[in-house]
Design a protein around this ligand. Structure first.
Ligand SMILES: *Cc1c(COP(=O)(O)O)cnc(C)c1O
Length: 386
């Protein structure tokens, strides 16, 4: 058994990252400035998008994207129930109603047929979440959205880098939101990005990210800037800092290298669990390139004498840090009480929730770490086999 605790996640911060941040700190310009611009330009190129707007969280990215397409009071927005709090709370903050949608049984991504059934005359947009880094079925979602004139705002917090039929996530839909939170595939500590092909949306989001002040407010303290500014709308304080952007630029350079390291973990797990019928490995559909942000196994309660919660507690006792992504929104008090959500309305997500465990997957994991995870999981399954 392991003698030291294996963290569920450790960010991959190298000396080059530290040097980049120190460079920003020494430059005399620490908040939104030239490094933010450079990060936006590089990020847009990386995902093949026309425009990228850097912000201070993935949540801010989602909020600004929905604001830009005009989501407001009286609107409904379709949100998968198997997601993080952020995806739905921003809908509520804009005065609109989040309508929760069940997931597909295999990928745990938004189910297009459940999405279609949830559409009403008030539905304005849908937010597909590329769960764990597996791109959603963008053909089916795109077709349904087009038929009902819905906007598609992708929550790509898990999907950097990921491809759908060869196209990078970020260059596909109307608007795509990324997160650079500490546990994500690249990090800026806290941070986010929105990509879009529409200049008018990019401009709106850029303006709203800095108090709704007229164009290029960040330049007002530079030589070419002006002290004059005008407030066009009551905006937000969502801009990224140059310190964070310096880290982002440095991390983006290694995004593909990090992916290869996560793929090494993924292969190790896939092989390690291949012959264990009580463990279901993550599904992978044809035509996608997975970002492998998460490696989510499902245990089969019919084959075991312990449930998922007990399994997690025992893994922790064996010094293996794991997590659950996610407690579906419909099981949380706010969504139950406000919208009357019931477990049976979301059969796939409710069933999945009883079974899912996210295993550690990040570049720093050694061969020995991965062996420890596999042997702890397999050991418990054998010990508690029915
Ligand atoms: C992490 C995450 C977010 C929010 O990102 P923050 O940068 O933490 O605000 C949104 N959606 C999903 C699915 C996430 O996992």
């Amino acid at each position: 058994m392991r003698t030291s605790f294996l963290s569920f996640h450790v960010p991959e911060i190298g000396e080059q990252d530290i040097a980049a941040v120190a460079g920003a700190m020494r430059s005399g310009w620490i908040t939104a400035g030239p490094r933010v611009k450079e990060f936006e330009t590089r990020f847009a190129r990386f995902v093949a998008a026309d425009h990228a707007v850097a912000v201070n969280s993935g949540t801010a990215a989602l909020h600004l994207a929905l604001e830009a397409i005009g989501v407001g009071v009286g609107d409904e927005v379709l949100v998968p129930t198997l997601t993080f709090a952020a995806t739905a709370e921003v809908v509520v903050q804009l005065g609109a109603r989040p309508v929760l949608v069940d997931c597909c049984a295999d990928t745990l991504n938004l189910d297009p047929s459940a999405m279609e059934r949830a559409i009403t005359s008030r539905t304005k947009a849908v937010i597909p979440v590329h769960f764990a880094g597996h791109p959603c079925d963008m053909d089916a979602i795109g077709q349904i959205a087009a038929a009902h004139k819905l906007r598609v705002v992708e929550d790509a917090a898990h999907a950097l880098p990921a491809r759908w039929r060869g196209a990078m996530v970020g260059g596909i839909g109307d608007l795509t939101c990324f997160s650079f939170y500490a546990t994500k595939t690249i990090t800026t500590g806290e941070g986010g990005m929105i990509t879009t092909g529409r200049e008018e949306w990019a401009e709106r989001m850029r303006m709203m990210s800095l108090h709704g002040i007229s164009k290029d407010a960040w330049k007002r303290y530079t030589a070419e800037g002006s002290w004059k500014y005008e407030i066009i709308a009551p905006g937000f304080k969502y801009n990224m800092t140059d310190i964070a952007a310096a880290l982002g630029i440095s991390q983006l350079d290694r995004c593909e290298e990090f992916l290869r390291a996560r793929e090494r973990c993924r292969r190790f797990y896939d092989e390690g669990f291949a012959d264990e019928p009580a463990i279901e490995r993550p599904a992978r559909r044809e035509g996608i390139d997975h970002a492998w942000h998460l490696y989510v196994i499902r245990i089969d309660p019919d084959r075991l004498r312990i449930d998922r919660d007990r399994m997690i507690a025992l893994l922790k006792e064996r010094n293996i840090g794991v997590a659950v992504h996610f407690i579906p929104l419909h099981l949380h008090r706010y969504y139950r009480e406000t919208y009357g959500c019931k477990p049976e309305d979301f059969p796939n997500a409710t069933a999945a929730f009883e079974r899912i465990i996210s295993l550690p997957i990040y570049p720093r994991l050694t061969h020995a770490d991965l062996e420890d995870v596999v042997s702890a999981v397999i050991g418990l399954v054998r010990e508690f086999r029915r």
